[in-house]
Design a protein around this ligand. Structure first.
Ligand code: SF4
Length: 451
């Protein structure tokens, strides 16, 4: 049962010292109740209180990590049904299946594509996260050997180990060392052995249900056995079945706090069809509706990229603009005679503008001013991109030491600022750039420093 802010406040030391980063205990308690702050950020609460509040204020979908050290995949931690209610927390993990029955070339091809299909967009590296290793021959030695091959071949892959044998899973998990895999999967028949293997290896355990009711029954058994980190597979192998189960599970966990379904969900589009395009469509639906992991039969750029992009869009916090760091960016190898442009730090603006400049092949300096993620006109209207601020930033950024000329190109939408900026920035000529980034290449190719 979730605690209210007032209930949490009663358990705090009420020093109002601000060491948690929040000025008062009351404000801190409200944030903990809303799931925006961790109770552990107050250094004065006892372990017993931490446990009591931590348990009560935990998200309805448990946060689970697999991997180790810096190379960790986090799933779950979700608190809402719809992104606009708050935000979705941890993006769906995209994985690829390799099995002990596959030909060597098929395995190495999948590992190679896992390593090479990587894309950067708005400053974010987008790639697959997981490799699922399946003990299809039910043979421990080949399963462990394939696990080692994946560990060696894909240094940053997080592993899902799939076998019907708890002993085989334990042996392969030991080969993973600190790269803790997800073990999959426990059924009604083998739950006790699987639970023992998961405890022994310190790994999260996947529940492999036959249907939703069976999944709940197995999860209840494992919870009673003391396991805390579970991942659920309801056994659905049709798009309709998987979608319905995901919706029911999320709703039961979030609105009814139904514990046996309060875990991330793993799905297997690779087992739902043999048509790659249909598999992509199914994966897209499941990414949108609550899958914490989707396992694909293969990785191909034309299918992976749209799925990664969908994930990026869904799991971007709608209340927080994406920003790039305030800095001086050198594009195309600029020198002391290169043009100097300035714009805001809204990441979409940065990537559109920098993309056009790079495409023009004109060596340029691009100055990015922190506008708290607001776009050019919005930032100007909000008083975050005024002439005085731009002038102060130009002086602080040290661009005057990098170029011989003193000419600054401002976005066309800020044309009205020219006079004021020239007053603030003595000795500089202010040139009004194009309004649209698409016109930058032609503008830059014609540009010459003001005499
Ligand atoms: S650190 Fe603890 S005692 Fe200090 S203000 Fe925050 S909640 Fe209150």
């Amino acid at each position: 049962m979730a605690l209210s802010g007032i209930q949490i406040l009663k358990m705090l030391p009420k020093k109002n010292c601000g060491e948690c980063g929040i000025p008062t205990c009351l404000a801190f308690a409200m944030k903990v109740a809303a799931g925006q702050q961790e109770i552990g950020e107050c250094p004065y609460v006892s372990e017993a209180v931490k446990e009591q509040i931590g348990e009560a204020s935990a998200p309805p979908i448990r946060t689970i990590k697999i991997g180790g050290g810096e190379n960790v995949f986090t799933m779950g931690g979700e608190t809402c049904l719809y992104r606009h209610e708050k935000r979705f927390e941890n993006g769906t993990g995209i994985g690829v299946l390799v099995t002990t029955e596959m030909a060597e070339a098929d395995v190495t091809g999948r590992i190679e594509r896992f390593n090479t299909l990587r894309y950067e967009r708005v400053g974010v590296l987008m790639k697959a996260d997981l490799i699922a290793v399946k003990d299809a021959k039910n043979d421990e030695a080949t399963f462990v050997a394939l696990t080692k091959q994946v560990l060696d071949g894909a240094a940053d892959a997080k592993l899902v180990l799939i076998s019907d044998s708890a002993a085989h899973l334990a042996a392969a998990a030991k080969a993973c060392g600190e790269r803790k895999p997800l073990l999959f999967g426990a059924t009604a028949a083998n739950a006790a052995e699987m639970a023992a293997a998961a405890k022994e290896c310190g790994c999260a355990l996947g529940v492999k249900g036959v249907n939703l009711d069976d999944t709940i029954a197995v999860a209840e058994k494992l919870l009673a056995d003391g396991l805390k980190d579970l991942v659920l597979d309801t056994g659905a192998r049709t798009i309709r079945g998987a979608l319905e189960d995901n919706l029911v599970a999320r709703k039961a966990a979030v609105t009814k706090k139904f514990k046996p379904l309060g875990f991330p969900v793993i799905t297997f589009p690779c087992e739902m069809t043999t048509d790659p395009l249909l598999e992509a469509m199914i994966s897209s639906v499941l990414i949108a509706k609550y899958a914490a992991i989707v396992i694909l039969s293969d990785l191909q750029g034309d299918i992976l990229f749209p799925l990664l992009l969908e994930r990026l869009n869904l799991y971007t916090d709608p209340q927080r603009p994406m920003v790039v760091q305030e800095d001086v960016y050198s594009l195309n190898g600029p020198d002391e005679n290169s043009p100097v442009l300035i714009t805001c730090n809204f990441s979409l603006t940065y990537f559109i503008v920098s993309g056009e400049i790079e495409g023009s092949k004109v060596p340029s300096w691009l100055l990015i001013k922190d506008t708290e993620g607001l776009s050019v006109l919005t930032a100007w209207a909000a008083g975050k991109f005024g002439a005085d601020m731009i002038a102060a930033f130009i002086k602080k950024a040290g661009i005057a030491d990098k170029v011989k000329h003193r000419e600054l190109i401002i976005p066309g939408y800020l044309a009205s600022m020219k006079g004021e900026l020239e007053e603030e920035l003595a000795g500089w000529t202010i040139t009004i750039g194009p309004r649209e980034a698409g016109h930058l290449p032609a503008f830059l190719k014609e540009w010459k420093p003001a005499a």
